[in-house]
Design a protein around this ligand. Structure first.
Ligand code: CAA
Length: 263
């Protein structure tokens, strides 16, 4: 009775503000470096929101100074390949990839290395003017390992990705916007609010359609066009079995807002 319940999360702050789920990285002293435990907590929290019907979209954020400065270098400096294999950290990144509900990244300050890769795991990115993106792994004798060489290249193109990954140089939020790495750049005081606006906008839509549409867009990353089109078509057909589809089209014809139920 008197026993203190263990806090569910130690390195992140999770706020449920239905319809939005908010996850804040909370290791300010190390610029939100991504230890194994932080990543595990992020994956746990996003999976919990996936199971919570009241939540329709997520926001993943850090603080004003850092979204995240990347993998925890202290945790990695003595590691051998066998350690890495046994730790199997990338299994956590695979869990992030499978999150069904949209994730809006609200990025301010440093988004470097694994931090940039984590931002790229989000479905949309709103950045403050102070945000800095980069893959500086090359400066410490390694290379991106959590999808950076693939996701960055597919996003900004070969030449810019090469420059960022081979020189380790950071780019500013404005440059990132120009290259299609972020959706929106806003003043520091506005980035979280803008991310929330986007999340709330998505939360108004039919959740099944949102989920299937997200899944189909992500397919574009790893399938040839023809296969992606087939996948899209399958999801499109499936949505015609939902109540939300009937309601959405009926509401349009009756000139009223739809009342989506997520069924
Ligand atoms: N891991 C562990 N600790 C980190 C860290 C990281 N990635 N980044 C910053 N910190 C710690 C620093 O050690 C420092 O701690 P102390 O106060 O105990 O010394 C604290 O955070 C503040 O950092 P700085 O004093 O360095 O702050 P700064 O403002 O002078 O510099 C910075 C900021 C440019 C981001 C610099 O901290 C930096 O270059 N960090 C490392 C960035 C990096 O190389 N990231 C890639 C990691 S590898 C990776 O991510 C692999 C992968 O793909 C999965």
């Amino acid at each position: 009775r008197n026993r203190r319940r263990p806090l569910p999360y130690e390195h992140i702050i999770v706020e449920s503000e239905p319809p939005v789920g908010i996850i804040r990285l909370n290791r300010p002293k190390v610029l939100n470096a991504l230890s194994f435990d932080v990543l595990r907590e992020i994956a746990d929290a996003l999976e919990a929101f996936d199971k919570d019907d009241r939540i329709k979209a997520n926001i993943l954020t850090g603080n004003d100074d850092a979204f995240s400065a990347g993998a925890d270098i202290k945790e990695l400096s003595e590691a051998t390949p066998v350690d890495l294999i046994q730790r199997n950290q990338f299994a956590l990144w695979d869990r992030l990839k499978k999150i069904a509900k949209p994730i809006v990244g609200a990025v301010s300050g440093y988004a470097l290395g694994g931090g940039c890769e984590l931002a790229m795991c989000c479905d949309m990115i709103v950045a403050s003017e102070t945000a800095r993106f980069g893959q500086p792994e090359i400066n410490i004798g390694i290379m991106p390992g959590a999808g950076g060489t693939q996701r960055l290249t597919r996003t900004v193109g070969k030449f810019r990705a090469m420059e960022m990954i081979l020189t380790g140089q950071h780019i500013t939020a404005r440059e990132a916007e120009k290259h299609g790495l972020v959706n929106k750049v806003v003043p520091l005081e506005a980035y979280f609010g803008e991310a929330k606006k986007l999340a709330l906008q998505i939360a108004q839509k039919g959740p099944v359609a949102v989920r299937m549409a997200k899944e189909a867009v992500l397919k574009a990353f790893d399938t040839p066009l023809e296969e992606g089109l087939q996948f899209e078509r399958r999801n499109f057909y499936l949505l015609f079995s939902t109540e939300d589809m009937r309601e959405g089209m009926k509401a349009f014809m009756e000139k009223r807002p739809p009342n989506f139920k997520g069924r």
